[in-house]
Write a protein that binds this ligand. Structure first.
Ligand SMILES: NC(=O)c1ccc[n+]([C@@H]2O[C@H](COP(=O)([O-])OP(=O)(O)OC[C@H]3O[C@@H](n4cnc5c(N)ncnc54)[C@H](OP(=O)(O)O)[C@@H]3O)[C@@H](O)[C@H]2O)c1
Length: 162
């Protein structure tokens, strides 16, 4: 199966100049905890924003170029990616963005892990439109706001209606 995991602001903004528009360690911890032990799939631009394989997870990057660090599986088309996913039906593949890659797998995604940040930021990259009518919300948990995590945020999970 395929899951998406991302954070967006009140306007659906997810990126600014190749990076995240915010600093929210609570969400980074949620990302780590949720994806640990599962394969993660990133677009080349998102991967370049940290440019190293994340530990404890198979790192898959979508790119038409091959220049990535050791330990990264580079896949050059969505068709090849879908073949890999279909061959491993028990595995939960986490697509970690960015917008370009999210936009190409909208018909395939089964589960959505959305962190909604209740604030407006400036940036240049927005989440593509998701048809939420095709999903049921199964979780909504407010994150903790403190000195290190200054923006109110909610961790939400949606499952595709079969
Ligand atoms: N808020 C969040 O949760 C979140 C999550 C992820 C990313 N982001 C942000 O989003 C921004 C990046 O998103 P983006 O949309 O610009 O880029 P992206 O989706 O990360 O990467 C796009 C690149 O991936 C490769 N690619 C995409 N589809 C492909 C395909 N079908 N076959 C082969 N290669 C393919 C291409 O790279 P090549 O040119 O190498 O072929 C393409 O230029 C950054 O600002 C990042 O920080 C935010």
């Amino acid at each position: 199966m395929i899951s998406y995991i991302w954070a967006e602001d009140e306007n659906g903004l997810i990126g600014a100049s190749g990076n995240l528009p915010w600093h929210l360690p609570d969400d980074m911890a949620f990302f780590k905890k949720t994806t640990m032990g599962h394969p993660i799939i990133s677009g080349a631009r998102t991967f370049r924003s940290y440019n190293r394989p994340l530990p404890g997870r198979q790192n898959i990057v979508l790119s038409r170029h091959g220049d990535f660090p050791d330990g990264v599986l580079v896949i050059s088309s969505v068709e090849q990616l879908c073949e890999l996913v279909d061959k491993n039906p028990k595995e939960n593949y986490f697509v970690t963005g960015g917008a370009n890659l999210f936009g190409q797998l909208l018909d395939k995604v089964d589960r959505l892990y959305r962190t909604k940040i209740h604030h407006q930021f400036t940036g240049d990259t927005y989440m593509p439109e998701i048809k939420y009518a095709q999903f049921n919300q199964v979780t909504s948990i407010d994150g903790i706001v403190d000195e290190r995590n200054r923006y109110p945020h909610t961790f939400e999970v949606f499952e595709r209606i079969q």
